[in-house]
Design a protein around this ligand. Structure first.
Ligand SMILES: *Cc1c(COP(=O)(O)O)cnc(C)c1O
Ligand SMILES: [Zn+2]
Length: 448
């Protein structure tokens, strides 16, 4: 089967809509500079008649592509031949019922679910995207890859680059990078370059470096990467017995995840594979709340693709003028210039979405609550539950609404944040160690 004719790239700007071959390596439209989508000629693809047909692949999971939680949905991400598909067993993730947590939040105990993406090979959801990006990189014969990263992108890139025999260079800023993540990129043999600037500076530099040196960029600007992330939504639907939830909640950083979720639901609806689209809540940290300010305060909307660029330009000019630097404990979402902003606005339009921001205190309290029920996650992921509390309180989400929160990264990514929280007395959910003399009776007394 020639996948060349099954997929192509298309500019998201309705004034432009330029199309490009799927073998071209682009991360912005060469005509107008806007973002690109992967599009499919669906009539050339044998898409299963109903989503539950994908469940048949569980019986053939000795086939590595059927085992992958991404590629078992391969008809919905059909841009490269099977021989190019790179997999390290990503997407073996759980939709976990969260009854206890739901009760703590005053929800119906059967309504809340946690989609635990920390169970991926590199410990974050990024692997869903990286398997797709590196499959495309293999298809086009790339020999070197690069990304700007707050940590998880680099960990995932270095892992997949290793499996595809492609060189990997990571650009990190001077800001926060959790050691769990940095250690992965180094251990997997990635070449790490620390730029004297923040994530947003790295993001700008890496784009120019990749253009100049013809290096394959794996940030979420890469439209092929986002195709893999669509499968997080497919697995949530799968986990609900092939039913669509009422709400999806996801943290928002560079806004690649939220963008890919919106694209997934738009495609599934158009294909007749779902009959309704869930609502989407994207949660920022207060210290990195560009999306929240643009949508809630400035009224920015997708507007059929005619996004008001002046509002965005004025907002960024002000960030420059005030030397604004994003600042949050949730380092994975410490981003003030989200590259997928317009695609996220489109996702909010598709999913009748809402956005809001939560403070670092709220994030850390929510993180401890999630952890207390035995899953655990890194700070950025806990923004989902912190956001859910607001949405329940204001009545946007009903206590009976089936809600799936995406826990984007593993607890062990950022042990400092966890230990610091629990070591301090007086935080609402802190669980500090108790000191005791090296004396049996005193130890036993403490155990009673
Ligand atoms: C990358 C990342 C995010 C942010 O996702 P975007 O797609 O950039 O919005 C959130 N949480 C974790 C753990 C991440 O690694
Ligand atoms: Zn264009």
């Amino acid at each position: 089967m020639d996948t060349k004719d099954q997929a192509f790239q298309q500019c998201i700007n309705p004034q432009c809509r330029s199309e490009f071959d799927s073998r071209q390596v682009l991360f912005k439209c060469p005509q107008c500079g806007d973002l690109l989508d992967v599009r499919y000629n669906w009539e050339a693809i044998e898409v299963p008649k109903k989503l539950s047909d994908f469940a048949n692949r569980w019986t053939t999971r000795s086939n590595r592509l059927d085992f992958s939680g991404v590629w078992r949905f391969r008809e919905l991400i059909s841009f490269c031949a099977d021989e190019h598909k790179v997999s390290v067993g990503e997407g073996q993730t759980l939709l976990q019922p969260a009854c206890g947590l739901a009760q703590d939040l005053g929800m119906n105990p059967r309504s809340l679910f946690l989609q635990y993406e920390g169970m991926n090979p590199s410990g974050s959801f990024k692997d869903n995207g990286m398997t797709a990006a590196f499959s495309h990189a293999s298809m086009v014969g790339a020999s070197a890859s690069a990304c700007a990263s707050t940590g998880n992108t680099s960990a995932s890139m270095a892992l997949y680059a290793h499996s595809s025999n492609i060189k990997a260079t990571v650009f990190i800023g001077e800001g926060k990078i959790a050691y769990g993540k940095l250690s992965q990129a180094m251990d997997y043999g990635g070449h790490t370059i620390q730029v004297a600037g923040d994530f947003d500076d790295c993001m700008r530099q890496v784009q120019d470096v990749c253009t100049e040196l013809k290096i394959y960029l794996v940030n979420s600007l890469n439209p092929f990467r986002l195709e893999g992330q669509k499968t997080i939504m497919l697995r949530i639907i799968e986990g609900l017995g092939w039913e669509v939830p009422d709400w999806i909640i996801v943290p928002g950083g560079n806004l690649g995840n939220s963008s890919s979720f919106g694209k997934a639901f738009a495609e599934l609806k158009a294909l007749g594979l779902i009959d309704r689209v869930p609502r989407l809540a994207v949660i920022n940290a207060t210290g990195a709340n560009t999306l929240t300010e643009l949508v809630n305060d400035k009224g920015l909307r997708w507007n059929n693709g005619d996004v008001d660029q002046q509002v965005i330009d004025a907002y960024y000019a002000n960030l420059d003028a005030t030397h604004y630097r994003a600042d949050t404990i949730a380092s994975a979402i410490e981003i003030s210039r989200p590259v997928n902003l317009k695609k996220c606005l489109r996702a909010l339009d598709v999913c009748d979405g809402v956005v809001l921001d939560v403070t670092d205190e709220e994030i850390l309290d929510a993180k401890a609550q999630i952890g207390a029920y035995g899953l655990g996650c890194e700070p950025a992921s806990a923004a989902t539950i912190a956001g859910l509390k607001h949405l329940l309180a204001e009545g946007t989400i009903d206590k009976d609404a089936r809600t799936a929160c995406v826990l984007t990264g593993h607890l062990l990514k950022d042990p400092d944040a966890t230990v610091n929280y629990h070591s301090k007395m007086g935080r609402e959910f802190s669980n500090p160690p108790v000191q005791v003399e090296n004396d049996l009776q005193k130890i036993i007394a403490l155990m009673k």
